[in-house]
Design a binder for this molecule. Structure first.
Ligand SMILES: NC(=O)c1ccc[n+]([C@@H]2O[C@H](COP(=O)([O-])OP(=O)(O)OC[C@H]3O[C@@H](n4cnc5c(N)ncnc54)[C@H](OP(=O)(O)O)[C@@H]3O)[C@@H](O)[C@H]2O)c1
Length: 292
């Protein structure tokens, strides 16, 4: 295993870059801002100042893709991003989502009625302090509403200049292709990590079609980072934590992958971002893949 020459002060840059929709270039290791809320992804975090520090540190470390959603809090994650980072640095891409309602902690229910998606886009613009959202993702397809109506409303928002690019979340190849019949889709955000590769076919499809694949739960909600976890016994030629190996494996596994590890801690953020500095040898990549 070797490290490349990117200064360790901005390790996310070592992940290489990915072009979203052909015009937004981001470093291929991002940050997921779902954990900057209270328990059950509900309400304020116990230490709001720590949440601000995490976001500012992420940008210092070279992260320029931050994933959030209206439903994280709800809105707590978005308003914290604004508080920590507005006015936004050039090139910082904030991706948000709509399509899940929050009746309470740990409760997530799809709602894709066009007027609701529009309302949530308007509220996200306000909460993030943006005039246009760079990447707006349909958080879930609502089975009670025709997909064409849900994606069609996002296309209208795009034509009005309120959103730049459209993404999907938790979708099959068939759903991606159906949505592409209504609007241009630039990204897919599905559950994916070393230990759960259910969406491998979707990943390969994204790779072939030039879409970004944003894997959520990239370290399996911390289970891949845990002491004694599946990566604990993997032998590598330089010091690396299990979380770093899980992220380095994703970066190596496909150029379409844009991991967004989530954390509420500056220490974990620094550890995770440094995973981008690890260039796995072929043998190490195979061994990590087999271990999980
Ligand atoms: N599209 C969707 O439906 C969907 C669903 C879920 C998530 N997401 C997005 O995906 C992002 C990532 O998912 P996630 O945050 O749920 O899961 P994750 O990145 O796989 O894991 C985050 C969890 O692992 C812990 N952790 C992080 N780094 C660690 C480290 N180095 N060592 C030990 N523990 C560590 C965190 O705790 P600490 O806070 O203590 O570090 C947190 O509990 C979210 O933030 C969100 O943006 C999208």
């Amino acid at each position: 295993m070797t490290t490349d020459s990117t200064p360790t002060t901005r390790p996310a840059e070592a992940a290489g870059t990915l072009r979203l929709g052909g015009d937004l270039t981001v470093n291929r290791l991002g940050y997921g801002a779902m954990r900057l809320t209270g328990p059950g992804i509900w309400g304020e975090p116990s230490d709001p100042e720590q949440a601000v520090r995490v976001l500012r540190r992420a940008v210092e470390l070279g992260v320029n893709f931050i994933d959030t959603a209206d439903s994280y809090g709800p809105f707590t994650s978005e308003t914290t991003i604004r508080r920590a980072l507005h006015p936004y640095a050039d090139g910082l891409v904030i991706a948000t989502k709509a399509g899940l309602t929050r009746p309470g902690p740990n409760d997530w229910r799809p709602l894709g009625r066009p007027e609701y998606l529009r309302q949530q886009a308007e509220l996200s613009l306000r909460h993030l302090g943006l005039e246009r959202i760079d990447l707006f993702q349909l958080h879930r397809i609502d089975p009670a509403v025709p997909l064409e109506d849900q994606v069609g409303e996002l296309k209208l928002l795009q034509e009005e200049g309120k959103i730049r690019h459209i993404g999907l979340s938790e979708v099959t190849v068939e759903e991606i292709e159906r949505a592409r019949g209504t609007a241009e889709i630039v990204s897919v955000q599905n559950l994916y990590n070393l230990a759960d590769r259910t969406h491998e076919e979707v990943l390969r499809h994204c790779e072939q079609q030039g879409l970004a694949f944003i894997p959520w739960f990239p370290i399996a909600t911390g289970r891949l980072a845990a002491p004694g976890g599946p990566l604990a016994s993997v032998q590598v030629s330089r010091a690396a934590t299990a979380a770093q190996l899980a992220l380095a494996w994703l970066l190596r596994h496909s150029p379409a992958l844009l991991p967004i590890p989530g954390t509420s801690s500056v220490e974990h953020l620094e550890e995770n971002t440094a995973g981008a500095l690890i260039a796995l040898s072929d043998e190490e990549y195979e061994a990590i893949g087999a271990a999980a």
